[in-house]
Design a protein around this ligand. Structure first.
Ligand SMILES: [Zn+2]
Length: 495
């Protein structure tokens, strides 16, 4: 069948904002070689993620033209920066709207967002973006988006947009798949074959991200329940937002969205089923993982090494700046050996080393890390030998050998090591370490746990409740009343 040609605008604006960090995410943080991007450069920016899936699927339909509107890529600070400035938001959204108008008209728009961006002065940034895009493209165009399940979303987004797809797994294995589904559903909607009809239900449960691993019950069961509904009812799609509690924004907590093809009753039925499932499971959801103090975690790592239950992963889930030295200090104090510490972020130290022309074989004696804010602790003096110093991924990386066969990786920004093999690029033999100390909450499970690599996994956090803590009631929220959420209050919830 021949369809009339359709034009879809593609936009990208993503960040997961830890508003309790002191360093704002500025306009400059979004500007680097390759960003902002437009045209094919934007469409090809993240080939294995949402964008890649969207572009591939959209182009499988005849007569679909994709127009990449100038958009910023993920900021170079990654997830290690705080509030996005109003200037950054207004500048890029202003350019997007101007681009949409300059390239008009469009039958559809794809918004590649995360959902947990927090902007000074803009309470719901993704919904605000959708609202302005709607104004620009008019009421007839369809607006589709993809989200991370850490998005903080309420009813506002789908008031302006029509279609939303969020990943179901944490680690987020299905980004590409959700991009494909967004493309197919958007094209079907434009062609009159899908009438987006949705329901959004907020569930007053708030949880630290480190607990939200979907590799085990009960978090796994929520995704499974959503998949069952999608399997048994054609054209039904379910999003479960776990939420991101380290953003001090009004729409934190859990949210269920259900999309159907013109069937509001079914949307309501599925939404209530999922919301009810979450509410019944709330206690188990909050008790899903054990968190150790750093001293206990390091002691348990030593015991695991003695029993040859190696490699051991020590994951400091709470470090939000990348500079935290608590775990490093304890590893030195308890004299661990054959340990890899990946990474300690320190922009000043890496800049100095780069300026000095640091290279393999140089001796090393510096105070590193700490000080970014109180959660980072004090710098730690490391004396050893440089194994490697390389430029890559917009950072300067220095590997330092010290102590009894320990290696520390110094990076410019916060780094979450998700796959052991990613360290090969630094010339490290991952198999030679008994203990691997990383900064990650759940994403590391894909490369260290789900595949059976690590024999022991220990999640740790400092004894003081710093900004990445599991003890959310110790965080200085101004826009969130925790007593409105389980487990910090007794909110009334019935469906
Ligand atoms: Zn996420």
């Amino acid at each position: 069948m021949n369809h009339p040609a359709i034009r879809i605008a593609v936009l990208h604006f993503s960040h997961e904002t830890v508003t309790f960090l002191k360093n704002d995410t500025t306009l400059d943080d979004f500007v680097f070689p390759g960003s902002p991007a437009s045209g094919e450069a934007l469409l090809g920016a993240y080939p294995k993620s949402y964008m890649g899936g969207f572009v591939k699927m959209a182009r499988e339909f005849d007569g679909v033209e994709l127009v990449g509107i100038e958009s910023p890529l993920w900021p170079k600070t990654g997830i290690g920066s705080g509030w996005v400035t109003g200037e950054a938001f207004e500048t890029f959204v202003g350019k997007m709207i101007a681009g949409l108008k300059a390239e008009a008209a469009f039958d559809g728009v794809y918004l590649c967002v995360h959902g947990a961006m927090a902007v000074r002065g803009v309470p719901r940034p993704e919904a605000e973006l959708a609202r302005r895009v709607r104004e620009a493209v008019g009421p007839k165009a369809f607006i589709a988006a993809t989200f991370d399940l850490h998005g903080n979303e309420d009813e506002a987004f789908l008031r302006s947009a029509d279609i939303a797809f969020a990943v179901k797994y944490f680690p987020h294995y299905d980004e590409y798949l959700q991009g494909e589904r967004a493309a197919r559903t958007l094209v079907r909607a434009i062609r009159g074959d899908y009438k987006p009809t949705h329901v959004t239900i907020r569930v007053p449960v708030i949880s630290p991200t480190v607990l939200q691993w979907t590799g085990a019950s009960p978090w796994m069961d929520l995704g499974q329940r959503a998949l069952v509904w999608e399997a048994r009812e054609p054209d039904v799609y379910v999003n479960i937002f776990f939420g991101f509690p380290f953003a001090d924004v009004p729409d934190v907590g859990m949210t269920v969205q259900v999309l159907t093809n013109g069937n509001p009753k079914l949307a309501e039925q599925v939404g209530r089923d999922l919301a009810g499932t979450i509410w019944r499971q709330r206690e188990a959801l909050l008790k899903s993982s054990r968190i150790h103090s750093i001293a206990d975690g390091v002691a348990l790592a030593k015991q695991a090494v003695a029993k040859a239950a190696v490699p051991v992963v020590l994951a400091d889930h709470s470090d939000r700046s990348g500079y935290a030295t608590w775990l490093l200090r304890e590893i030195v104090a308890q004299d661990l050996s054959n340990t890899l510490i990946a990474t300690i972020a320190d922009a000043k130290a890496t800049a100095r080393l780069k300026a000095m022309g640091a290279k393999a074989g140089d001796s090393f004696d510096m105070e590193i890390g700490g000080l970014a804010d109180e959660s980072a602790g004090e710098p730690v003096r490391i004396q050893g030998t440089i194994l490697n110093a390389v430029e890559g991924y917009g950072q300067f990386w220095v590997c330092i050998q010290f102590g009894r066969n320990n290696v520390l990786i110094l990076s410019t920004y916060l780094v979450q090591i998700m796959e052991p093999f990613s360290l090969k690029a630094l010339g490290l033999d991952i198999g030679s370490f008994e203990v691997i100390a990383i900064k990650s909450r759940v994403h590391f499970r894909r490369g260290f746990d789900d595949n059976g690599f690590a024999k022991t996994i220990l999640l740790v956090e400092p004894s003081e409740p710093f900004l990445g803590t599991t003890r959310l009631d110790k965080l200085p929220y101004q826009n969130v009343d925790l007593t409105q959420f389980y487990p910090y209050g007794s909110p009334a919830f019935s469906i």
